[in-house]
Ligand binder design. Structure first.
Ligand SMILES: C[S@@+](CC[C@H](N)C(=O)[O-])C[C@H]1O[C@@H](n2cnc3c(N)ncnc32)[C@H](O)[C@@H]1O
Length: 230
């Protein structure tokens, strides 16, 4: 059986609907509902190849990546605002990917990848491909013994750095102060990033709205890739 290379759930009905893990010939709209059950095992060759961004989106445009995109509310709102940019949402939970796919159905510039963000950032995103990353409310793993499960680590920042275009920027938000302090510590220890201006009007994500309703403080940080001093 031939398998397409990557699950990418878009958008324009005139295009193939899936790129990841869909058996050839099963790319009809009826199949869309079941796509998440058809993911190929991660050991398959296709999961170690770099994403072909041009093929996935069918065009060349600045790439924005939402890491842990959840139900896709933020991703799709932003994609609607900026039709001239490509938006890739990465999320590991099938149910959330399905919700995001429903929201993205009418958007030609959105694709979704069901994957671990750290793996995708490190192994699947081509070098110098990404203009902007968003990491909004990453799971905080509050218990000390679970801290090693947190996404933001020195390795993660290095992966992001390699994937960034010149002057690329990552927007981070969390309600968890301890995690926020740790993120700042990791960022400070990497001279390839500088703190950037946060003066940007982004649509609220689902979790941003939840924390807003609770009146919980949200901590935000933007980091810019800086070029090494020559
Ligand atoms: C608290 S939710 C935030 C969702 C969304 N960013 C928002 O602000 O509404 C965290 C999301 O990240 C996803 N996630 C956590 N760790 C992940 C990982 N390692 N790889 C992919 N997704 C991950 C979770 O499944 C969840 O959907």
């Amino acid at each position: 059986m031939r398998w397409s290379r990557f699950l990418v759930l878009p958008a324009a009905k005139s295009q193939p609907d899936f790129l990841l893990s869909v058996p050839a010939g099963e790319d009809s709209l009826a199949h869309r509902r079941h796509v998440c059950a058809r993911l190929i095992p991660q050991s398959r060759d296709s999961l170690v190849e770099l994403l072909d961004i041009k093929e996935i989106f069918g065009r060349i445009a600045p790439l924005h990546v939402d890491l842990g995109c959840g139900d896709g509310s933020f991703l799709c709102a932003l994609a609607q605002r900026m039709p001239d940019k490509n938006f890739l949402g990465i999320e590991r939970l099938a149910g959330r990917i399905r919700s995001a796919a429903r929201k993205a159905a009418g958007l030609g510039n959105v694709r979704l990848l069901r994957m671990e963000t750290s793996y995708a950032a490190r192994y699947l995103l081509p070098a110098e491909a990404v203009e902007t990353f968003y990491l909004l409310f990453p799971d905080p793993w509050p218990k000390r013994r679970h801290h090693r499960r947190r996404i933001v680590t020195p390795d993660f920042l290095s992966s992001i750095h390699a994937a960034f275009r010149k002057n690329g920027i990552i927007y981070i938000a969390t309600d968890h102060l301890d995690y926020f302090e740790k993120i700042k510590e990791v960022a400070r220890s990497n001279p390839a990033f500088a703190v950037a201006d946060l003066d940007i009007d982004l649509p609220p994500s689902r979790f941003a709205l939840i924390f807003q309703q609770k009146g919980a403080p949200v901590h935000r940080l933007a980091l810019r890739k800086v070029s090494p001093v020559q």
